[in-house]
Design a protein around this ligand. Structure first.
Ligand code: PLP
Length: 406
């Protein structure tokens, strides 16, 4: 069992007051707060270890390189990837998806090909494919959802008949918290020869992810939602697949030999996809963040957040006219809702002076909001550091805000 008081003592920002009230941070799905271990790892690197990596014969550069590559090994272990070269550092999930669309996509997607997405994708898992589809004259198809916010199985089976070259779907919906059965979907997509990319942004912070067991072709996530720094993320790809893909960005780090006369040859994995000086302190601190999560216990974190989400839904259900968006059977702790006659933005604005930070709007899921015919939702999302008392405050705050707005 997770001890929230012990966890909270490791997050300095939670001691802050916001607008004269204790900060109640319920926006984990947008970005997680950072434990001291992560903050210290970045500080320690900058104070005592900084040098460019892979470039120097001097000891400091070698020590920085060792720490940087050790973090890559931590990610490999965390995701249970078979090979450390399968872990590519990126600037985030968005960057990782763009890497796949620009490198794999531009060589593999031809005119008339189908790319299959789902209704619940974050814009980061839509727009890169639209850009690619436009360029290659390919077609985007979408798996629809049912009213609970679960993927429609029959529609998926139907869309597989279109022989998509790629199925790109989220492991967990950021707007609704729906947990998709990505193993089953991966198996079904691969059975018809499609490649599968899983957007794990909202899964890695909350549960164990095993890419070998999933057997997906690509898996991406962002460091900052996983208690790590911003500006760092991960692309996992199967080794043979990554090896067959051309580089995307060019520059230092990703080359073997550069000749103005004979052209350039490229480095092997993973460096082929890591042009330029990387976010060294970010990578190291992300490794520490993943270790921190494992130390707390992934199962305990997930269970704790599920309890908070269930309690939030129980209390909020009493608010007159409140409707939950996303009531899937399998959910993370994310709670998204709208209230009759009240704009989500106004609820968020009235919660803010109470110190309560929630997200309002479309959550980079405009196609999903369009499906429900709403401008957006109020979304409360939980991390290991949130408490049942904060859930009580949320519910009281929403009741008060709705009373003021009616
Ligand atoms: C499901 C999902 N995918 C992708 C992203 C994009 O992540 P980033 O902005 O860190 O690249 C997010 C961020 O909200 C997300 O929730």
């Amino acid at each position: 069992m997770l001890n929230p008081a012990h966890i909270r003592s490791q997050f300095p920002i939670l001691n802050r007051e916001m607008n004269g009230c204790p900060l109640i941070y319920l926006d984990h799905a947008a970005s997680a707060q950072k434990p001291v271990a992560v903050i210290e790892a970045q500080r320690e690197y900058l104070m005592h270890l900084h040098a460019n990596v892979h470039r120097g014969v001097h000891s400091l550069s070698q020590q920085a390189t060792d720490a940087f590559e050790k973090a890559r090994e931590t990610v490999r272990r965390h995701l249970n990837a078979a090979h450390v070269e399968e872990i590519i550092w990126t600037a985030g999930a968005t960057d990782a998806i763009n890497l796949v669309s620009q490198s794999w996509g531009r060589t593999q997607i031809q005119a008339g090909d189908v790319i299959l997405l789902t209704r619940m994708e974050h814009h980061a898992n839509i727009v890169p494919w639209q850009l690619l589809a436009e360029e290659r004259q390919a077609r985007i198809e979408v798996v629809e959802i049912n009213e609970n916010g679960e993927l429609n199985e029959a529609d998926f089976q139907e869309k597989l008949k279109l022989n998509p070259k790629l199925v790109a779907l989220s492991h967990v919906s950021n707007a609704m918290g729906t947990i998709n059965d990505v193993k089953r979907w991966t198996d079904a997509a691969q059975a018809i020869g499609a490649r599968v990319l899983i957007d794990g942004c909202q899964a890695v912070p909350h549960m164990e992810v095993d890419v070998m067991a999933l057997d997906c072709d690509f898996y991406v996530f962002s460091g900052h939602k996983t208690y790590g720094p911003t500006g760092i993320g991960v692309l996992y790809g199967k080794k043979e697949l990554l090896e067959s893909m051309p580089p995307w960005r060019g520059g230092g780090e990703m080359i073997d030999v550069v000749s103005l006369e004979k052209g350039t040859t490229y480095a092997g994995l993973p460096h082929k996809f890591e042009a330029g000086t990387p976010h060294i302190s970010g990578a190291i601190a992300l490794g520490v963040a993943l270790d921190w999560m494992s130390g707390v216990g992934l199962q305990s974190i997930g269970d704790h957040e599920t309890t908070l989400g269930a309690q939030a839904r129980h209390l909020l259900a009493k608010v007159d006219g409140l409707r939950f968006i996303g009531t899937a059977e399998k959910k993370t702790g994310v709670v998204s809702f709208i209230v009759d006659g009240v704009h989500p933005y106004d609820i968020g604005t009235l919660l803010d002076p109470m110190g309560i930070a929630v997200r309002t709007g479309h959550h980079c899921n405009q196609p999903l909001m369009e499906h429900y015919g709403i401008p957006g939702t109020v979304r409360a999302s939980f991390g290991a550091y949130n408490t049942l008392q904060e859930v009580d405050a949320l519910s009281a705050g929403v009741e008060r805000a709705v009373r003021m707005l009616r």
